[in-house]
Design a binder for this molecule. Structure first.
Ligand code: SF4
Length: 317
């Protein structure tokens, strides 16, 4: 469905009256992944590791510095404006914050109806019927479509955000922390709604999250990112029972286990995440890694397959 190859997004840092470029932020620094039809891929990592930027660049909301995004085998960079517009209908996003991602001046009927009208998906009575249909699909009523976003609770607003993502009949949806702004009691409802919609519409998801419990429940495979790079990727069972990268091990050691047979020792990492302006040499995790070796500071580890579908970027393997 989707293939991301060596994706890089670097933001220039400009200074002075002449806006001279004095450096760059390596927000995404060579990310590779594939998404199969009907699959859910989770992208996890600490704040600032490049998860959201990866998601935005994948669906063309942000122009990559280099690398390729192939959607159903077509390189997105090679498409003209109209082709790109048609293709982008098939890839939509659910934003993290249901409070700020909906236009407060529009009633929900318009928030959902405008994209369908602009893309010629429905008009007139058919448009109204499709808005009603989408409202019901996300657990709201057609009557509620006459209200403004502020008249809804946080969970209801996220349901509207999900309905909006469905308006153009997408095949791929990027969920950028889709439940992290919600109360814990509401999170499970939204996660279950996403699962039901995936089954009904045959959707493929990329779920960006820092809550590993949510990712474990939702995702088939998980990519762990650190400082703009994917350091480990495998299916969710492998990741939770047999994490290989020292960063993944540290992340998971902080999560209460849902696997009773997995014994846990808390791994405390030294220091903060280094600046993406001057990432450390060699393995970018080496200043904090409890297992670092001499080579780690000098040589960047390549991503290697250590088991079926389990890839790790670490000199230990
Ligand atoms: Fe740690 Fe070295 Fe592996 Fe990096 S390459 S995670 S520093 S052991």
């Amino acid at each position: 469905m989707l293939k991301v190859e060596d994706l890089k997004v670097h933001f220039p840092i400009k200074k002075g009256l002449l806006s001279k470029t004095v450096g760059k932020v390596h927000a995404v620094d060579g990310v590779n992944f594939e998404l199969k039809a009907g699959e859910t891929l989770g992208i996890v990592g600490e704040s600032g590791c490049g998860k959201t930027t990866t998601g935005m660049a994948t669906i063309n909301l942000l122009k990559p510095t280099s690398g390729r995004v192939l959607y159903q085998g077509r390189d997105m960079a090679s498409l003209d404006k109209q082709e790109l517009r048609d293709l982008c209908k098939e890839m939509q996003i659910i934003f993290q914050d249901p409070y700020s991602s909906l236009n407060p001046r529009m009633v929900v009927r318009r928030i959902l109806g405008d994209p369908m009208r602009l893309h010629g998906i429905a008009r007139g009575k058919e448009l109204d019927e499709r808005v009603d249909y989408l409202m019901e699909k996300v657990g709201l009523t057609p009557e509620q479509a006459g209200r403004y976003p502020h008249e809804f609770s946080g969970g209801q607003r996220q349901r509207i955000g999900i309905a909006r993502a469905l308006t153009l009949k997408p095949k791929v949806i990027i969920g950028d922390e889709p439940v992290s702004a919600l109360d814990v009691s509401i999170q499970a409802q939204i996660v279950n709604l996403l699962i039901d919609l995936q089954k009904e519409f045959g959707l493929s998801y990329v779920i960006i999250a820092h809550d590993l419990a949510v990712v474990e429940y939702l995702c088939d495979r998980i990519a762990v990112m650190y400082l703009g790079k994917v350091v480990e990727m495998t299916d969710y069972k492998n990741l939770y029972t047999c994490p290989k990268h020292p960063y993944t091990q540290a992340l998971l050691s902080a999560v209460p286990s849902s696997h009773p047979n997995v014994e846990k020792t808390r791994i405390l990492l030294e220091g903060d995440v280094p600046s993406p302006i001057n990432p450390p040499s060699g393995c970018s995790f080496h200043p904090r890694c409890p297992k670092r070796m001499e080579i780690c500071e000098k040589v960047r580890p390549e991503i290697k397959e250590t088991g079926t579908g389990h890839t790790v970027a670490c000199h230990l393997y």
